[in-house]
Design a binder for this molecule. Sequence first.
Ligand code: TRP
Length: 340
Amino acid sequence: MKTQQHTEPKEIILTGDRATGPLHLGHYVGSLKQRVALQSTCEQNILVADMQGLTDNAHNTSKVSSNILNVVADYLAVGIDPSQTTICLQSQLPALAELTMFYSNLVTIARLERNPTVRSEIQSKGFQRSLPAGFLTYPISQAADITAFNATLVPVGDDQLPMLEQTNEIVRKLNSLAGKTVLKECKPLLSNASRLPSTDGKNKMSKSMGNAINLGSSEKEISAAVKSMYTDPNHLRVEDPGRIEGNVVFTYLDAFHSDPAYIAQLKEHYQAGGLGDGTTKKILEECLQDMLRPIREKRAMYLDDKAQLIEILSKGSQLSREKTAQVLFDVKGVFGLNIL
Ligand code: TRP
């Protein structure tokens, strides 16, 4: 007798990036690689977060508008496939803005002010005295992004964990108001790659700090970035023993080199003395150049055909408007507003 085949429903993923600059190597190890791997087994949605990008750029709007297609080209260049992943533009999905309004009633200002990521961003952006309301509340809009798609899995870097925590608090509040499960809680999917440091070793790699190697960086830019990388300041002569800890060249070799056994040997040699920074930098540069060359070329090819990028984003946004309508209807229902 034939038994009926039950196919498990696919896990739903929603993730996104602020469209405030081109994506860099930190994004690549932190989440882009994972997204490429997940797209064939999960229902993956990726949001180009233009509205979130505006929360700290309202007076510098071209920083957002001019980067939307760059980010889409970055996605495609690393292998995100629009036939498997829905790529959409946040501002084109009215349900997200509407959900944000409803959820705003479930979150206190004090709770928003406690969000550690928002707190540190307020400091670093100098917003202590003129904090835009939209900036303080962007975690609510991020909760709208995630829940609108019914997403249960969110691949992000660890700086986003407080957003997911706030999202799940909103989910629980709404469900308790409803007296039943309307929204699903989500889980982060953290990559096991440790956070990539900036080339000077002082911070994490970041779009805003100007310390990044971008996916589209030129050969020359990559070369200059590797040459200026922070190593071991006490490793003055080739024959001196060197330190691996905090040595950015080795952190990058660990993250990107395809032969870990070779890197382990290299580390031993470096620690024992007799291996110069010029040599380790040369090895890293070759590895990064080989990895980024095809990505840069594909990226340039995609950016050469803007109409195609717009088409991809437009189709993905249309599909996403359909996907997000039900959750908005359900949430309005919880507030008793489906009366017309
Ligand atoms: N906050 C994310 C960033 O800084 C972008 C983002 C917006 C996002 N909406 C999201 C990430 C929803 C995950 C899920 O890049």
